[in-house]
Design a binder for this molecule. Structure first.
Ligand code: DGP
Length: 113
């Protein structure tokens, strides 16, 4: 999508610190980290949010979660992590391109704010 920030990051038009990339997904560090490790995983194809996912996205989601587990292991995370996807305005979504936050490296509180 032309004016989508994360589409531009996926296309390399806006720089990011990439942790993993393949033809379908990109993992990159969040610009405003909320934990010692905070990265985002996005599908390269534009999907607005998790509310738009369908049964056909099952394999993509499996890849995303397997990649998250592998990246956390590579980053030395042995004590757990959190995966969050915000949906819509009240869900706290500020960038309308599906992304999974991965937070780790400190004790995370529950419930979130
Ligand atoms: P959300 O509020 O759930 O839509 O999360 C959007 C996240 O995207 C937020 O944690 C900050 C991050 N972010 C926004 N702009 C940029 C950017 O230009 N580069 C990177 N790496 N992250 C960004």
């Amino acid at each position: 999508m032309d004016d989508c920030l994360f589409c531009k990051i996926c296309a390399g038009e806006i720089p990011s610190t990439v942790l993993y990339e393949d033809d379908e997904i990109l993992a990159f560090r969040d610009i405003d980290p909320q934990a010692p490790l905070h990265f985002l995983v996005v599908p390269k194809n534009h999907v607005q949010s998790a509310a738009q996912l369908t049964m056909q996205d099952g394999a993509l989601l499996g890849k995303i979660f397997a990649t998250i587990a592998r990246l956390c292991e590579e980053q030395g995370i042995t004590n757990g992590y959190r995966v969050v996807t915000n949906v819509g305005q009240q869900g706290g979504q500020s960038v309308p391109h599906l992304h999974f936050h991965v937070l780790a490296g400190r004790q995370l509180a529950w419930p979130p704010g």
